[in-house]
Design a protein around this ligand. Sequence first.
Ligand code: GUN
Length: 290
Amino acid sequence: MSATIIDGKAYAAGLRGRVADAVAALAANGMVPGLAVVLVGEDPASHVYVKNKARQTVEVGMRSFEHRLPASVTETEVLDLVSRLNADPAVDGILVQLPLPLQIDTQKIIEAIDPAKDVDGFHPINAGRLMTGVRGFVSCTPLGCLLLIRSVQPNLAGLDAVVIGRSNIVGKPMAQLLVSQNCTVTIAHSKTRDLKDVCRRADILVAAVGRPEMVRGDWIKPGAIVIDVGINRIPNPDAGEGRTRLIGDVAYGEAAQVASAITPVPGGVGPMTIACLLRNTLEAACLRRG
Ligand code: GUN
């Protein structure tokens, strides 16, 4: 069997197009949604993410507000900025790029964001809404994964799903979203016994562990849908000294022989995160100003 390749790049472009159409309709009535992104410190990967977010925010017609703070900033200064953004009527969505420097209590910052502007879906109010089946903002990466899964299998009821990884940002909300789709869900993690056997039971396998190609072809049930959240940068000496390339948490070549559908890395889940962020920001603007 050779799997269908789930083209996240194309899906994300379509989603951004639909967001842009809705933004244009709002703008015609004088309402332009705004997204504020807070970047603390000099982490190179975070700088790249934030640049891409700002570019795509403007491309769909929204306003982008970037706040760059030095790595030495105090927790109080970040809290003050969040509080100003909460009060700013031009700001519909607030995203504080993670990770934050060690002197800052990340949870305190997340909980300071107005849940109505929490387009990352990280605030406990929004996490709790997801858990209890109430409408709220859902973390962008798992939301993107669900959209991709449903693009190849619209009805997930009764399917066995395994999520490898239990982070608050991906693993836990992913599992909750799959429960909301009536899947039978297992969350696997570093202490899970017989991980390979657990994975082999999955009709839907979501890998979010951050370990390059950990999931091998013989971990996959024939015909499963495989979603690879991993973005691991590894050396690529073939391309020259010091060059790197991206690979996922799944051994793609092996897995594509067994799965019915699979996301590539890059070009799978990655582009969906920002597209879902823009979708959440549009929703925040509609709910706040509607
Ligand atoms: N760092 C890595 N991914 C994310 C994300 O989705 N949101 C935020 N705020 N920070 C991140």
